[in-house]
Structures are given as C-alpha cells and as structure tokens.
Design a protein around this ligand. Structure first.
Ligand SMILES: [Mg+2]
Ligand SMILES: [Zn+2]
Length: 248
C-alpha cells in the first residue's frame, strides 16, 4: 500500500517542457533570423544568457519595438493540452498541488507567455534569470548568478549560471512544506541535476529524444537516480500521465 499523498509539488522546466519551443531562440527566429544564426555560431564561445542579452541589444539597436517581442512571445507554440493539464491539477482538492518553475529563460519571457495562456497565477515561484524593460524598450537581461559573484558548487555538470538542483533544494528549504510527492517535468541536460535530488516516491516526466533522456540513460544508474521516470513526446501525454499518476 502506498501512503496517501496530500501535498505534491510539480517542478517545471519552461522551454520545451511547459512550452513547446525555446523562448530565447524563438523570438530571434521570428524577428531577426540573422541574429538567430549568429547565436548558433557563437553559442560555444559565449555564455548563453550573455549571448541572449547581447542579441537583445542588437535587436533594440535595429529599432525593433518591445511590442514586437511581446507579440512573438504570445504566438510561441504552447500546447493547449499542457495548459489544460496544469489547470485541472491545480483545481483538484486532493492531492493539493503546487507548481514551481526552474528555467534558464528569464523573468519577462516566462510571465508574458503564461499571461497569454491564463496561467499567470500558476507558479508559487519562477526561478530564472532577471530581466526588465527599460523605458526605451530595451529588454535588459542578466545572469541569475553574476559572473563576478561566487558561483554555484554543482558537481554534476550544470551550466555556470544556474544549478537547478541547488535551486530546488533552496526552494524546499524556504518553503517549509513537506511534499509527499515531487514531480519534475523536464527535457534538457540541465534538468538532470535536480532529478538526482528526488526520492523513490517521486516522479520524473522526461521529454523524449532530448538532453535529459540522454543523461538519464548514460548516467542515471551511476548517479543513483531514484525517482520513477516516465517518458512523453507531446503535451497531451503529460496530461495523460498527470491523470494516471497524480490524481491520488
Ligand atoms: Mg527545457
Ligand atoms: Zn547542478
């Protein structure tokens, strides 16, 4: 007999996990494909958040207004089944479900997209890179961990700017709620570190054919991954998995 689950936490990566695209790349594909190409060429030389920030400055220098960026975000692919799945789960009385977002996108892209889907109140917290519009319409983006500050101490290969494992532990510490079940929805290689912190009673919903699956297959056993992993390709399958595993 499993013990009764009263409180559960769903942790979401954003790009390619909650949303059906990568917001950092998408806006340039829509508004300036040459900058998108430049980012692809430079991504191994320049830290990713810095690269997005400098590309946003170039976009602004060309006269692209804030409204165009916001419009591109609002039309970014986002599966209706994902919105339906999280709304249904949030409305359910037991288990009571809370949502946390851990993302390497930023604090403007994510809320802009969520608002468009009627999901602006979904997350308890959105842990991501800070961004803000300045009065001229430039989107100023910074790394979550400033390059001159003390960096995180992750040993399992998180990128310099964010260790999602440390962020998850810090959230749980801050929040002081005991969650009977934690569910992690992710796709990327930087979602591997946080899933190592989960217990055997926890669940990983891993998107097929992307970095996270590769790391689970290559390193999961050696790193003592305990959570149960279910795979999905389309958001409709996440909805199905929620109904099957998270409604009691
Ligand atoms: Mg992702
Ligand atoms: Zn880490």
């Amino acid at each position: 007999m499993e013990s009764k689950v009263e409180k559960q936490l769903i942790v979401y990566d954003f790009d390619w996990s909650m949303a059906d695209q990568d917001s950092d790349r998408w806006i340039f594909e829509v508004l300036a494909p040459d900058l998108r190409r430049k980012m692809k060429n430079l991504k191994n030389e320049v830290q990713w958040t810095d690269l997005v920030a400098s590309s946003l400055r170039e976009l602004h220098a060309r006269g692209t207004p804030r409204e165009d960026i916001e419009h591109a975000l609002r039309i970014m692919p986002f599966h209706p089944a994902m919105a339906r799945a999280v709304k249904t789960l949030k409305a359910q009385a037991t288990p009571q479900t809370k949502f946390l977002c851990l993302s390497n996108a930023n604090s403007v892209f994510i809320p802009t997209i969520l608002k468009e889907k009627g999901l602006e109140d979904l997350f308890e917290e959105i842990i991501t890179n800070p961004a803000e519009w300045d009065p001229s319409g430039l989107l100023k983006l910074r790394r979550r961990i400033d390059p001159s500050a003390v960096q995180h101490e992750c040993k399992v290969g998180c990128s310099p700017n964010m260790c999602k494992g440390e962020e998850l532990d810090a959230f749980l510490e801050r929040h002081q709620t005991k969650f009977d079940r934690i569910v992690y929805v992710g796709d990327g290689s930087n979602d591997f570190c946080p899933i190592l912190r989960l217990r055997s009673s926890d669940i990983v919903l891993c998107r097929h054919h992307r970095g996270l699956q590769k790391r689970i297959e290559r390193e999961g056993e050696a790193q003592d991954l305990k959570a149960t992993v279910h795979y999905w390709a389309g958001a409709w399958e996440v909805e199905e998995l929620f109904q099957k595993h998270l409604t009691k």
